[in-house]
Design a protein around this ligand. Structure first.
Ligand code: ADP
Ligand code: TPW
Ligand code: MG
Length: 564
């Protein structure tokens, strides 16, 4: 005989899923034990949100759905933020939650952790399923996997009621009920006429630009994307998680001339990037105001309904990025004309000037460490260790790190993504270390770190090669706000002064370093990378240095009102 526990495990293993991230408790404690006994890697967290974030990052890095496992109602809700964030970012993951007795939940008779989880999850993820009978576990898991990774990837909820796990059936029937998913994310070839339309438009461009988004990083079509950029000779801009798809030092990178190219380009090729708020919706001042009217877009995306979501798209190219880019490459033939040098030359001039200016700033060593002098250290470490995975969250800490720390390999940068969400830091770090085995460096604002800080115990428990650098400026954005009433409470953005985050790490046997100079920071990171030991460096940053909301202060309601 076999039972629900066993069938869930076998269905996952049959589909190549060997790692799960979760928090045990009724009704899934035994499931986690049995998973471990069956050779799966079970990474147990302190809070479900971080297990969920780990699953999402694992999904992004591997193209296989990351699995998060939680208990009912509160555990499920704790995981839901991560599930929804994954869906928003197009990362494939499956949140599996145990649930209470259907009969009691539906009559609202007050069961242990009672909640209609399926109904709550449905509008917040890509797909949601519940399995009531052991013989349907195979189908449930197959549907969850397909939903997560096919088309536009996203988060899937799978509801497994407590009763399911103890249901039994013959081992033979159980085995026969499982499904090994064939071709879970089928290639989607673009229509030949849409390829031609895109090439015709691109051919006539005087000031073309390529924008690479995290969809392009996810697609793992690295060689073709690089070939397309290089063969076309078109300058490109990476969105933050597309950094490293081509090395940031690449001759065609327009990153350091971003505002110029966005305002001036006449034809823009979007590859796995949406025209959402991060790209000012494709219009307005960022896009050159009036010039926006004559600009034309080519958009490569797997989701047809993304097209025209913000501005008109002249040449949509629907398919998976690998197939679309390879079709463009073929269609370009062997003597594709390079873009006018007036355009590329003006970009590279501006870029080189800005890079020289930045180099001067980075070389300064102000008496109190600031974002630039600290990040200069990390920039050099990442340059020397291109395989290291950078996790990054915060406001100023995020914005400065994104522009200062160059990436040179694909999928080595994980950050706050489409929502600008705080709290991904430790979950993403754990997943990056577990899934790749590479050294991880988490560049964390002190506020950002706090959202998942308890997971340092998880990092120590599994002895993961994670080096966390907390940019400690005593608060959210800065540490200098004051309470205007003069009352005893500090301002809402201010934290305990001179906090010692490094001591949190020491509490769990990890290495804690207190760094007030770039040299101390350098020594701490060097040792962390050398030893691979869990390390937290409390980097003391000038508390006056940051700006409100980092670079997105214009989105604050007060600034919006002032602009009117
Ligand atoms: P960024 O934030 O980096 O600009 P977005 O998350 O806004 O990127 O956009 C990613 C886009 O990539 C989404 O519209 C998604 O549908 C698309 N996408 C994801 N994977 C693929 C793929 N394999 N092929 C084509 N498009 C993809
Ligand atoms: C889930 C709002 C955006 S950035 C930030 C908060 C609270 C912290 C900024 O301070 P930090 O960085 O990390 O110290 P720095 O370098 O500027 O001092 N809750 C969630 N997500 C978001 N985005 C917020 C709140 C926010
Ligand atoms: Mg801060």
């Amino acid at each position: 005989m076999t039972d629900g526990f066993q069938l869930v495990i076998e269905a996952l293993k049959l589909n190549g899923i060997d790692t799960i991230f979760g928090v045990p408790g009724i009704p899934i404690t035994d499931l986690t034990r049995k998973m471990q006994a069956e050779g799966m890697r079970v990474i147990s967290f302190r809070h479900e949100q971080h297990a969920g974030n780990a699953a999402a990052a694992a999904g992004f890095l591997t193209q296989k759905p990351g699995i998060a496992l939680t208990v009912s109602a509160p555990g499920f809700l704790n995981g839901l933020t991560a599930l929804t964030n994954a869906t928003t970012n197009c990362f494939p993951m499956i949140l599996i939650s145990g649930s209470s007795e259907r009969e009691i939940v539906d009559l609202q008779q007050g069961d242990y952790e009672e909640m209609d989880q399926l109904a709550i999850a449905k509008p917040l993820c890509k797909a949601a399923f519940r399995v009531l009978h052991a013989q349907d576990i195979g189908v449930g898991i197959a549907r969850a996997i397909r939903s997560a990774v096919s088309g536009r990837p996203g988060g899937v909820y799978l509801d497994l009621p407590a009763k399911l796990f103890s249901q039994t059936m013959t081992a033979e029937a159980g085995k026969a009920s499982l499904i090994k998913v064939v071709d879970a994310a089928p290639r989607q070839l673009p229509a030949p006429d849409s390829v031609q339309r895109a090439l015709d438009l691109l051919k006539g461009a005087k000031r073309p630009l390529i924008l690479l988004g995290k969809g392009a990083a996810y697609a793992q079509a690295d060689a073709d994307i690089r070939a397309f950029v290089e063969k076309s000779g078109i300058p490109y801009l990476p969105m933050s998680m597309a950094k490293g798809l081509l090395p940031d030092t690449h001759g065609q990178s327009a990153s350091a001339a971003r505002s110029y190219v966005l305002a001036e380009a006449d034809v823009v090729v979007l590859i796995g990037a949406r025209l959402n708020w991060l790209l000012s919706h494709g219009k307005g001042k960022t896009w050159g105001g009036d010039k926006a009217a004559s600009r034309q877009f080519i958009q490569i995306d797997i989701a047809p309904t993304e097209i025209d979501s913000n501005v008109a798209i002249a040449a949509p190219l629907i398919g998976d990025i690998g197939s679309c880019v390879s079709a463009l490459l073929t269609g370009m033939g062997s003597n594709w004309a390079q873009p006018p040098v007036e355009w590329t030359g003006s970009i590279y001039d501006k870029r080189d000037k800005n890079i020289a200016k930045m180099a001067e700033t980075l070389a300064k060593n102000p008496p109190v460490m600031n974002f630039q002098s600290a990040l200069n250290v990390i920039r050099n470490v990442v340059k020397a260790n291109p395989e290291a995975i950078v996790v990054n969250e915060g406001a100023n800490t995020l914005d400065f790190a994104r522009s200062i720390v160059d990436m040179s390999l694909p999928r080595k940068r994980l950050d706050v993504g489409t929502w600008g969400i705080m709290g991904i830091g430790m979950g993403f770090s754990v997943a990056a270390a577990v899934v790749t085995g590479n050294q991880v460096i988490a560049i964390e604002g002190d506020s950002a770190f706090g959202f998942s800080g308890m997971e340092v115990e998880t990092i120590c428990r599994y002895n993961l090669p994670v080096c966390i650098v907390v940019f400690n400026n005593n608060g959210i954005y800065r540490g200098i706000d004051v309470n205007p009433t003069g009352g005893p409470d500090v301002a809402p953005t201010v934290f305990v002064k001179n906090a010692r985050y490094d001591m949190m790490m020491q509490a769990f046997g990890g290495v804690g370093v207190h760094a007030t100079t770039p040299a101390e920071l350098q020594a701490g990171i060097d040792e962390a990378f050398r030893s691979g030991k869990p390390t937290l460096i409390n980097a003391v940053i000038d508390e006056t240095a940051g700006t409100e909301s980092g670079r997105i202060t214009s989105l604050n309601p007060t600034s919006m009102a002032n602009k009117k």
